[in-house]
Design a protein around this ligand. Sequence first.
Ligand SMILES: Cc1ncc(C[n+]2csc(CCOP(=O)(O)OP(=O)(O)O)c2C)c(N)n1
Length: 711
Amino acid sequence: MILDSINNPKDVKKLNLIEQEELAKELREKIITTVSKNGGHLASNLGVVELSIAIDYVFNFPNDKIVWDVGHQCYVHKILTGRKDEFDTLRKYKGLSGFPKSCESSYDHFNTGHSSTSISAALGMARARDLNHGTEKVIAVIGDGALTGGMAFEALNDAGISKTNLLVILNDNEMSISKNVGGLSLILSKLRTKKTYLFVGGKGKSFVDKIPFFGKHIVNLVRKIKRILKQMFISNMIFEDMGYRYFGPVDGHDLKQLEYILDKIKDLEGPVLLHVKTKKGKGYKPAEENPDIFHATGKFDIKTGKKESNGKPDYSKAFGDSLIKVANHNHKVVAVTAAMKDGTGLTEFSQKFPDRFFDVGIAEQHAITMAAGMAKSELIPVVPIYSSFLQRAYDQMLHDVAMQNLHVIICADRSGVVGADGETHQGLFDMSFTNTIPNFTIMAPKNYEELDLMLEYSVENIEGPVLIRYPRGTEDSLWQQMREDANEKILDLLRNNEREIADEELAKVTSKPIEYGKVEVLREGTDFVIIAIGKMVARGLKVAQELEQKGVSVAVINARFLKPLDKLTIWNYIEKVRKVITIEDGSSNNGLSQMVKNLIADNMLSETVEKPVKRRKILGFSKHIEQLENKIYFKEFSYPCTFIKQGDYDSIDKEYSMRKEDIIAYILENYHEEKSLTVTKNDDDFSENKKTNIFKKIINKIKTKTKKKDT
Ligand SMILES: Cc1ncc(C[n+]2csc(CCOP(=O)(O)OP(=O)(O)O)c2C)c(N)n1
C-alpha cells in the first residue's frame, strides 16, 4: 500500500503521478470504510481527494498555511498529515474530530465548522505574514456552496483589493448540501463550461517591471491586453473585476493538470483565484448518484449504499409535517431555509408549496432579515435553522426582528448536544443568547406532539418573535411507551364501558393545550420538584419514576416556556417542596437553571426584606431551625458554559453528569439526610413526614452537640 509510506505531506512529494493515482484510490477506500462505520461527511471528501494530494505535492506544509472552509472535507488532509493511524476514531468520543482542529495537528492552521469563514481567516493570516515579513503561502479552499455565505463575499471584496498574496481555491461541484442556489451559482455554471484558462504570466516581478518609469506602463499594458484576450474566452469576469487573477476551470480529478497549475500560480503576486471543478462523491457510485444523501451520513452498507436507520421519524421530520399542516390552514405561512432543506425537514414542504418555500443559500443572517421583511408585509415566516448556525444571526434576531416585534418564528433544530459533529455544531447556546433579546418568546417541546402544538400556537396565537428549540434525533422512547401502555388500559376500560376513566387515562398521555407562559405539571410530588425543559422533560420523568420506587416523591414540571417563565406556578412548587432540580439540554448560562435561580433569589430576597426571620423563641438553636426552614436546596443539571467535544450522547452526558442515573445518584447522595433515612416504598412516615423527620434529626444532632459541650 502506498498509504503505508505516507506519514506527512513531504512523503507525498516523493510519489510519481502513477503512485499518486494509486494513493487516491487507497484514500477513497479508507474514507469509505471509516465513514461507513463512524458516519461523517462522505461525498464532500471523496470529491477533494486529488485536490488534497495536489496541494500537498506543491506546497510546503505546515510552513505554508491552509484554511478549509466548513472543514467537513478535511479527511484526506488529516490522513496525509500524520493522522492515518487514528483515522478509525474519526468523530468518536475522544477520537479525531471530523473538522480541522489546531489542537490535533500543526497542519490544521485554523478551526472551522461553520461555513464561509476561510477567506477571512486566510486573509488575516496573509496580512499578518506581510507585517511579519514572512514568505509562507496562504491558501483558502472554499466550496461553491460556502461561497454563497455573506462572510465569503465580504472577504472576497476585501481581499480583492488587498494586493496581498493569497490563493483562493474554489472547489466547485455545483452542490451545496442540495443543489447550489443563487445568482453566483449561475455565473459559476457559465464559467464551468468555458475553455480552461491557464495562461500564467511571469513569476513575481519581471525584468520589464524593473525598467524605470516605462517598466510599470509596459506591465500594465500587457495586463490589459491579457485581460481583453481573456474576456474573449470568458464572458463573466466577476473575480477579475473584483481584483483577483482568475485561473480555471480545471478538472479537480486530474492530478497532472492540478499540479501543473498550482505550481505555476503559487508564486504569483496579489490575490489569485483558482476555479476547480470536482464531482461530489467521486469514486463511490451511491454517493456520486446521491451526493445530497451522502453529504453527511450515518453508518451505511458499503456494498448497497443503504444507510442504517431505525426507521423512526426524527424531530426535523415531525417539524416538517407539522408545518405542512399549519400551512394548509394558514396561507400566510411561508418557510425559509439557509441551504438546509433536507436537514431541517422541509423537502416535502418545498414540493407541496414551491411558491412558499425559499432557500437563500448558506446565509442565516440574510434568512432572518428577509423573514423580518416578509413579516412586515403580513406573511408569517417560519425559519428552521440548526441551533449552532443560528448563532450567526444574533443581531438580525435582535435588530431586525425583535426590535420591531415582528412575527417571525425561528425553529432551532439540533439544539442541545448533537453528538459526533462536536464543538462547532453543539446547539447549547440558543436559549442563552435568545434569552437576552427583548420581545422573544422561547419555547421547547417535550415531544413531537408538543412541537406540533407549539408551532400551531406560535402561528395562530403569538404576534411577536418566537424561538422554538428541539433536539437532533428522535423523541424519547418514553413517550411512545407511555402511549402504548395507556392504549392498552384505555381499550380495557372502554370494553368495560368505563368511558370517564378512559378519558382520564387518555388525558394523562396527551399534552395539555398550550397556554402562553404556562408550565405543564406532569406529576405531583412532595419531596422534590424537577423543572425540566424540552428533551430533558422525559429524563426528569424517568428520574421521578425511579425515585418513586425508592419511596421518594418527586413533582415534575414541564417548563414549556423559558421566556416568559411561569414564575407563579414554579415558585408555588418551590415554596411547597423547597428542594429543586432543573434539567435542561443547554448551557448553564442564562438558560432554565439561571432563570429558576433568579426566581428563587428574587423571592428569597424580597422575603427577607418583607418577612425577616422571626426572633428566637427558644434560646440557642431556634434561630438555626428558622434558617433551615427558609433554605431552598437547588441543583441544576445543565451543560457548563464551555465548548463540548464530539462523542456519542451517553459518553458526553456521562462526562457532564447529565445522565438519568447521575441525577438519581446526586439526589440520593447529596440531598442531606435522605440516604441515612433508609427509605423504602412502604415507609409512609418518609413520604408524609419526611421533612419534619429531617429537621427533627438535625435538632437532635444539635441537641446532642450542645449537651456534649455542656458536659
Ligand atoms: C453557517 C453554516 N450553515 C450551514 C452549514 C451546514 N453545511 C455544511 S457543509 C454545507 C454545504 C457546503 O457546500 P460546499 O461549500 O459547496 O461544499 P461541498 O460539501 O459541496 O464540497 C452546509 C450548508 C454550516 N456548516 N455552516
